[in-house]
Design a protein around this ligand. Sequence first.
Ligand code: HEC
Ligand code: HEC
Ligand code: HEC
Ligand code: HEC
Ligand code: HEC
Length: 448
Amino acid sequence: MKQLSVYLVFMLLLCGIASAQVAPSGDALLGSKKYEQYEKPDVCKSCHPDFYQQWRQSMMSQSYIHYWDEIEYFDLAVPHAEKVPGLKGPVDGCNGCHTPLAFMAGDVTPPRPSANSRANEGVSCEVCHTISSWSGDVPHNFSYISTPGRKKFGAKPGLVSPHHDTEQNALYEQTEFCGNCHNEKNPFGIWVKSTQIEWKEGPYAAQGVPCQQCHMPKAKGKNATMAKEDMVAQHLFHGAHDGGKVAGTIELRIHPSELEVPYDGTVVLSAQLFNAKTGHKFPSGSVEDRIVWLHVTATDAAGKIYHLPVDKKGFAGEEYTIASDVLAYQDMGVPKGIANFAGVQRDGVPVGDRIFRMPYLDPEGRMTIMQWNTKSLGVDYRIGPRETKTETYTWKLPDDVAAGPVTITAQLNYQKLVKPVADFLGVPADESEIVPVNIAKTTFEIYE
Ligand code: HEC
Ligand code: HEC
Ligand code: HEC
Ligand code: HEC
Ligand code: HEC
């Protein structure tokens, strides 16, 4: 009995020590480490040249230095936090995902990219390969636990390296690893990024297809210059910034209700949009910035082009999913110091086109691209993984239409950042270039 109580006291002491030393994650990471505890990507490059070059091309190496990140962080988020003190913590938190070493080193606000500091390393080799576990119920907001040192964690057992130790860690094949940074809850408690949660609710989770299978596909090769050939995880991380990855994401078909229509008749065109490629919704991630729209035109026998607006379905919030000529994003006026800012065009795409998006709404209910200022989310009209959406276009033939064959063209377009916002903030053109996702054509005949 006495022995047991001594044992219990001992166990309690042990637990006490363990909880006092609980490894930091999330906000507690701030200032918990030093830059010097992490090696630079150039060190890894000497033996892992392929992965280094792949990573260098991906957004992971750009996560702090990319011009749009710099503009949003330094021209909107930081000045906003200077005006609204409660925002300081969340805005410092941008760095927990975009430049984790700076965050963990307590180097916030980090120097601008032009200063060429270690913040520029972004999501580096060391950021990922020192993640030993994570904490919480749902991974989000840099909930990873970082254990820097000689040991590099990975998915494979028993690998030998002259430069470091290796340790197999099951987390590297799991989506929670990615969810640490690809799910985000903002100061209002809103999920402003939920790629891993969307995945978990979808068909790919049920079939055991993690993020890694599509974004780090395995191919035969060497994972280090001195290694044996094996199937190795390519470090592509290709997503919205890769036109080829976005192309064909949605398969598109369109057909008329009749093949022959009288000159004073009406034709109904139906389009089917099938999400064949993404493991989450499309678009996902920075949903507040992204816009996907379907543009449908008819070209008559005389070559005249008519733009066909989509039929309304009548669901709540549908007005956000049909392009119109209205202003939004007025909350940018606060960080930009513009009193009573009228806003800029909400969509910048042809009026009447269907938009597949989820609007982010500021505390006054206006659309915003400032995810940290999002108090609620509007209707979710994105296309889920393996979901098919149908749109119809009822076209009462106009009086001036030429008799003969008509060609219908449906084009699905994608933009990483709504153009009017990009123009207003001076974001370089490729962030708002129009990326074609897919195109479909059909014909019918008009008779007199
Ligand atoms: C001197 C050469 C060398 C350097 C420098 C080096 N590595 Fe390695 N690394 C290797 C070799 C060799 C292997 C084992 C490859 C094999 O056998 O498949 C390896 C394996 C790995 C693995 C796989 C671990 C696993 O269990 O799956 C990771 C992760 C890794 N290295 C990360 C890094 C990182 C991060 C850096 C830079 C901080 C780095 N390495 C620097 C040679 C090196
Ligand atoms: C330490 C945080 C972190 C982890 C862990 C992480 N990511 Fe990311 N990831 C980012 C950040 C930040 C960006 C955005 C870069 C930018 O555009 O500024 C990003 C960008 C991406 C992109 C490019 C998206 C685009 O717009 O082109 C893909 C794809 C991606 N991550 C996939 C993954 C996958 C798959 C995993 C898990 C194996 C993962 N990420 C783990 C932080 C992380
Ligand atoms: C966003 C996080 C992330 C970044 C950044 C990252 N890795 Fe990895 N790495 C992973 C994950 C996850 C795996 C395991 C993937 C799997 O097996 O499905 C992996 C696997 C590896 C492997 C073993 C590959 C194999 O299949 O044998 C090596 C080696 C490696 N990484 C080195 C590096 C180097 C070097 C860098 C920087 C140039 C780097 N990694 C950057 C997440 C990352
Ligand atoms: C079945 C394949 C597949 C799986 C599984 C998958 N993705 Fe993707 N992902 C894609 C494709 C295709 C795209 C390009 C289209 C797009 O931008 O959404 C993409 C795009 C992205 C983007 C950019 C999204 C945007 O619209 O800006 C991110 C970030 C991303 N994936 C992260 C992840 C993460 C994290 C996971 C796991 C939780 C994951 N992906 C699982 C196929 C996949
Ligand atoms: C929980 C991690 C996390 C936090 C916190 C976070 N981000 Fe991100 N951010 C990401 C990821 C992951 C992506 C990539 C999503 C995608 O490609 O769709 C991203 C994308 C972006 C992009 C778009 C990049 C592009 O080129 O399209 C900008 C700009 C950005 N973040 C700025 C910020 C700012 C400013 C903050 C703070 C207010 C912030 N982020 C907080 C993870 C985070």
